[in-house]
Write a protein that binds this ligand. Structure first.
Ligand code: BEZ
Ligand code: FE2
Length: 406
């Protein structure tokens, strides 16, 4: 048992003062230090510096480790131009990101306080790095392929990757499934994958309504995707439409990433099936996809969480930076309430969406804990300051084990 004694504890509802935390793998008790010392006489007591703040570890629910070699390669500003640049550079990007390159991305996340991440894996090249990383990992094996003739081969490749991820037996590692998107996965493949997801109660993710081009293609078989599909895949029609695609996910709460282009009817459907929207503001801006309306999501009671996406559409994997960008993107929202919501989105809400027992400093939750060195006594605007000032994360515990700091 360890007892950590910070000046302040950030909880979902309030800032606690003069309380310490006793924890092993999970948080056992939150109470004044003297009380905890009495209760747990053998415990190691961790004293912290002035203005120390404990908060829950952050959860980055959507990242693509295999594309971490990108810095200046991919073209930003327009979704289709970006997608063409991905197709052109895919092989080079993947082959130039070895384990060291992916580990650097994982370490970048850890440095900035990400204690759980959702790795969307296209090829399974990232499995070893994810399996041996310090963080909790939801490992989303991605299914892709819109051509019916390729379906069997693609499905067996997907199954092999899924099976390989199931052989990882360690605390905090969860094999899971990602359906790439409505336009890129044949309905037959989706149906087959859903059987497995249902039977094995796997966590599930998909990209959904990211760009105007995607929406136009799904609704009208028109727009910028027409030339793309004609040239690359010899298709003149979409393999599905929005309604059919969403139908696969009925009663299976899913992490739907981006959702920038959803209209009222689509929002109603997302709400009805209790899906969570994963909002990646930097990616949306860089790929020319615009800004989602968080107000619309709230109006429909749709849970939304913030994530970084991969380095294929971001310059960093830092959730504090991502939340700061969201704060500026959604300029109509009241500042402090939005800052609070964003922090909740990458802690408690992301944990709930992924079905994990973390994301809060609360008795019974896993001890995924950050220690931040604030630079002065916090005031009521602390959530805002957390996003603006990039405070040093001096210690990190994951499932009670120290993974950063002395
Ligand atoms: C496909 O494999 O069918 C596909 C991949 C990427 C974008 C669109 C389609
Ligand atoms: Fe993504």
């Amino acid at each position: 048992m360890k007892i950590i004694n910070p000046n302040y504890i950030y909880t979902t509802d309030t800032l606690l003062e003069n309380q310490a935390i006793a924890f092993d793998k999970t948080i056992q008790k939150i109470a004044p230090l003297s009380e905890l010392k009495e209760l747990y006489k053998e415990a190691q007591v961790i004293e912290l510096g002035e203005n120390s703040l404990v908060m829950p570890g952050l959860i980055n629910a959507h990242v693509h480790l295999e594309f971490s070699a990108n810095k200046e390669t991919l073209e930003y500003g327009d979704f289709l131009k970006w997608l063409y640049s991905v197709i052109t550079n895919r092989e080079d990007l993947i082959s130039s990101c070895d384990s060291a390159c992916m580990k650097k991305a994982v370490d970048m996340m850890l440095e900035s306080g990400i204690t759980t991440y959702g790795a969307v894996s296209s090829h399974g090249m990232d499995l070893d790095v994810a399996a041996s990383s310090a963080q909790n990992v939801v490992f989303f094996n991605e299914l892709i392929g819109s051509q019916a003739v390729m379906a069997d081969a693609l499905f067996s490749d997907f199954l092999q990757r899924l099976d390989a991820s199931k052989t990882v037996k360690r605390e905090g590692f969860y094999p899971a499934v990602a359906i790439h998107s409505p336009y890129s996965v044949h309905p037959i493949l989706i149906q087959k994958a859903m059987q497995i997801v249902k039977n094995e109660a796997l966590k599930l993710s998909a990209h959904f309504l990211e760009s105007k081009a995607e929406k136009e293609w799904l609704e009208k078989n028109e727009g910028d995707f027409k030339e793309f599909f004609t040239n690359f895949l010899k298709q003149d029609r979409s393999v599905t439409d929005v309604k059919e695609f969403l139908g696969h996910f009925d009663d299976m709460p899913t992490l739907m990433t981006h959702v920038v282009q959803a209209d009222e009817e689509e929002l109603k459907a997302l709400s009805k099936s209790k899906h969570t929207v994963v909002h990646c503001p930097i990616s949306n801006r860089l790929l020319g996809n615009g800004a989602i309306s968080l107000d619309d999501l709230d109006r429909h009671g749709i849970r939304w969480i913030c994530a970084t996406d991969g380095l294929s559409s971001n310059y960093t994997l830092n959730l504090f930076e991502e939340m700061k960008i969201a704060l500026f993107m959604h300029h109509g929202a009241d500042l402090l309430p939005l800052a609070k919501r964003l922090i909740k989105s990458v802690t408690k809400d992301a944990s709930d969406a992924l079905g994990l027992n973390t994301g809060e400093i609360k008795e019974g939750k896993n001890a995924d804990i950050l220690v931040l060195d604030l630079t002065s006594k916090p005031n009521e605007q602390l959530p805002l300051h957390l996003l603006l000032h990039g405070y040093n994360v001096s210690k990190i515990y994951i499932n009670g084990k120290q993974v950063k700091g002395k």
